[in-house]
Design a binder for this molecule. Structure first.
Ligand SMILES: [Zn+2]
Length: 120
């Protein structure tokens, strides 16, 4: 019996969880709005990657998250870059209702927090 080596998709951001979080933070451009000066100065996530992720992930538009998750899934399933992108775009279209609901919830949360901050 021969063992066939199954190709793995590239691990973006390296082998550590922190590196992968930093890579994802950069993919979504969090450094551009990050409170940490070091991130803006280096034009990339350079502070506490997990803290940056926690601060900004929930604010990321749901369509981008759906597309990102579908793209990762498609690449892991072995699709080529173009096919993976097509699959991700199709997933975004299929998820229109979910995306609208989640974005409305986030907008409402922001409105409530702004109102609470204005009252204090
Ligand atoms: Zn940052």
């Amino acid at each position: 019996m021969t063992t066939r080596r199954i190709p793995r998709p590239p691990v973006c951001g390296g082998e550590t969880a922190e590196g992968r979080t930093r890579w994802r933070n950069d993919l979504f451009g969090y450094w551009q709005i990050c409170d940490a000066r070091v991130c803006r100065r280096r034009r990339g996530c350079a502070g506490d990657a997990q803290a940056c992720f926690s601060r900004y992930w929930w604010l990321t538009p749901e369509a981008l998250k759906v597309e990102y998750r579908a793209l990762v899934r498609a690449v892991c399933d072995g699709l080529s870059g173009q096919d993976a992108l097509r699959a991700a775009k199709a997933e975004v279209e299929r998820s229109a209702e979910h995306i609208a609901r989640v974005d409305a919830e986030v907008t409402e949360r922001i409105r409530r927090e702004d109102a609470a901050n204005a009252a204090s």
